[in-house]
Design a protein. Structure first.
Length: 138
């Protein structure tokens, strides 16, 4: 398993009239989590797109709302890879509030796609190499 966390404060423009983080903005938090997890491995989405010609479209997103997040609250986004990516990379996310309460959990699946052919491909060797130590049996 590989785990990474990132902190982000809820901004005013992300809230609804009740002062809650608008539910549609949780997908942005998952994206922040996965982009920062990839960055923590020494990679980036930009490098995958510009140098490797790979994009990662979302194929599914499942989210569970447990408690609201509020305006100006600092959230911690934990992102996990529980298995070595294949053609699909599956991120598990947990979001905690300042009181360290779990407020949201989600699973987001994306598939590796060749930008030229638009066909699914296997995870690039550079990603597998970066994760080898965390998945020794893969």
């Amino acid at each position: 398993m590989y785990k990474h966390s990132y902190k982000k404060r809820v901004r005013y423009n992300e809230t609804d009239k009740m002062g809650y983080l608008y539910y549609g903005n949780y997908a942005n938090l998952y994206e922040i989590g996965r982009v920062e997890l990839i960055r923590s491995l020494g990679l980036s989405y930009q490098k995958m797109e510009d140098e490797l010609g790979i994009m990662l479209p979302v194929v599914s997103l499942e989210s569970r709302f447990l408690h609201p997040a509020y305006y100006d609250e600092e959230l911690e986004i934990f992102s996990y890879l529980d298995e070595m990516p294949s053609k699909i990379i599956k991120f598990r996310h947990e979001i905690f509030n300042e009181k360290e309460e779990l407020i949201n959990r989600a699973t987001v699946k994306l598939f590796f796609t060749d930008m030229n052919t638009k066909k699914w491909i296997s995870a690039p060797p550079i990603i597998k190499a970066a994760l080898n130590e965390y998945f020794p049996d893969a």
